[in-house]
Write a protein that binds this ligand. Structure first.
Ligand code: PMP
Length: 458
């Protein structure tokens, strides 16, 4: 066989074998592989083809990584160019033309007030590595150790990032209420609910008996992703900026998931006009390959040489793929496209909610969309909203898969169906995605009701 020939697609029979061997050999901690038992062998744009010959519309997009979908021609071309040039693929943190071009493109996309006086640190390749770097940076720069973080947050799986995430307990992080419309901790939602959260934050920091000393930083996601697609109101974002600036607390914006056009602005902080002190970037910036950086105000650059090292900080292929992705999103105004198409998709989902009481809330920003499923019949008499319905969400995800649509679950108890399609999604593809989702929802709802009527589910 000629070396240039593509590898043959595995035969359908191989599909079962691969899945069986995976479940025997891989860790109990595996995640997506459990709910999405598919064996991808080819992919292009929105579409993945499985070893069983089935085709799927992929609205998981590598957990929000694939801004341009799978194997976009500009990404493949950028990767090939590096390989064909004979450039080294591994260079630690040495300077290269590829890295120089990536950094130039990255800075060109950042808000000018931020980029004009910023430094970049290339981190280990995952988002969580960059979160760790950000925490270390602000601790070094301020000489303080505490951290302000939010309910429902997700920042990664390494120790520091996990501590900052909402699921963590028993850690040295001060947990503050993230504003939520639907499940507002103050029971009122909207701008007012968010304002009460801001006041609580302010009060806690200024209360000499509040039990919180001035922290090293505050970390937040402009739209919580894994937390169930919860966009922070712009006014609240500005309040967090005021509160932190007034107390010299560095503000860290975790844009690992929200960056590169996903929310309808190139960076989600642009919606509110907030200029953070540190931005944590990963996922889409690597154009589907692993890459993570922090960008921060130069004044914070107080750490010593080698203070934050790591072998894999120089992935040339990821930098080339990332630079091509950033340029393509910028030149083709894909953030605007995400805003327009996302608003249209939200509108249609809201229409669906009117006909389905099991849809408690539809929310999102740009092409970061969440549908919270609830059990209206299980609402306690004094509850403001019904409880979330994880079993229904899992059933919807399964029914979507049966119809060739890959969706993600998130939120408290995984009760939120998430759509993270590529920014290159066409109008027709958006309709196809929503048709399949609507169909899957109706079927899952019907079969859940049937099971409940038969007394099998309570
Ligand atoms: N921060 C946010 C906002 C994320 O969504 C994620 C991943 N979903 C991370 C950090 C961690 O990134 P990684 O999985 O690459 O470590």
């Amino acid at each position: 066989m000629a070396v240039t020939e593509p590898a043959p697609v595995a035969l359908p029979a191989a599909h079962e074998g691969i899945l069986r061997r995976q479940s025997l050999r891989e860790s109990a901690a595996r995640t997506y592989a459990r709910s999405l038992p598919i064996v991808p062998v080819r992919a292009r744009g929105l579409t993945i083809e499985g070893a069983d010959g089935r085709r799927y519309l992929d609205c998981l997009s590598g957990a929000g990584t694939l801004a341009l979908g799978h194997n976009h021609p500009v990404v493949l071309e950028a990767i090939r160019k590096v390989i064909d040039s004979g450039a080294p693929l591994h260079v630690l943190d040495l300077a290269t033309p590829v890295k120089d071009a990536f950094t130039t493109e990255l800075f060109a996309t950042l808000p000018p007030q931020f980029a004009d006086d910023a430094r970049v640190q290339f981190c280990g390749p995952a988002g969580t590595d960059a979160v760790e770097a950000a925490l270390k940076l602000v601790r070094t720069a301020t000489g303080r150790s505490g951290l302000l973080a939010f309910t429902g947050a997700y920042h990664g799986m390494t120790a520091g990032a996990l501590d900052a995430s909402g699921g963590a307990t028993d850690v040295r992080v001060t947990r503050l209420p993230f504003p939520q419309n639907y499940r507002c901790p103050f029971g009122i939602g909207g701008e007012r609910g968010a304002e009460l959260g801001a006041r609580w934050t302010e009060n806690l920091l200024d209360d000499s008996k509040g039990g919180v000393s001035t922290p090293a930083g505050m970390i937040l996601e402009p739209v919580q992703g894994e937390g169930g697609v919860i966009p922070a109101p712009d006014a609240w974002m500005r309040r967090m900026r005021e509160i932190t600036a007034a107390r010299s607390i560095p503000l860290i914006a975790d844009e690992v998931q929200t960056g590169v056009g996903r929310t309808g602005a190139f960076w989600a902080v642009e919606h509110s006009g907030v200029v953070p002190d540190v931005m944590v970037l990963s996922k889409a910036i690597g154009g589907s390959l692993p890459l993570a950086v922090i960008v921060y105000r130069s004044e914070l650059d107080a750490w010593q040489p080698g203070a934050h090292a790591g072998t894999f900080r120089g992935n040339q292929l990821a930098m080339a793929a990332g630079a091509a992705t950033l340029a393509f999103v910028r030149e083709n105004r894909l953030a605007d496209r995400a805003a327009t198409l996302g608003a249209r998709m939200l509108g249609r989902l809201q229409g669906l909610a009117a006909a389905h009481p099991c849809i408690g809330d539809v929310r999102g920003r740009g092409l970061m969309i969440g549908v919270e499923l609830v059990d209206p019949d299980a609402a306690a008499p004094d509850a403001l909203v019904p409880p979330t319905a994880p079993a229904l969400a899992a059933a919807v995800q399964q029914e979507c898969l049966n119809r060739g649509l890959i969706v993600e679950l998130g939120g408290r108890h995984s009760g939120v169906v998430r759509l993270l399609p590529p920014l290159t999604l066409t109008d027709e593809q958006a309709v196809a995605v929503l048709d399949r989702f609507a169909d899957a929802l109706a079927d899952a709802e019907r079969s859940m009701r049937h099971r409940t009527d038969n007394g099998q589910l309570h």
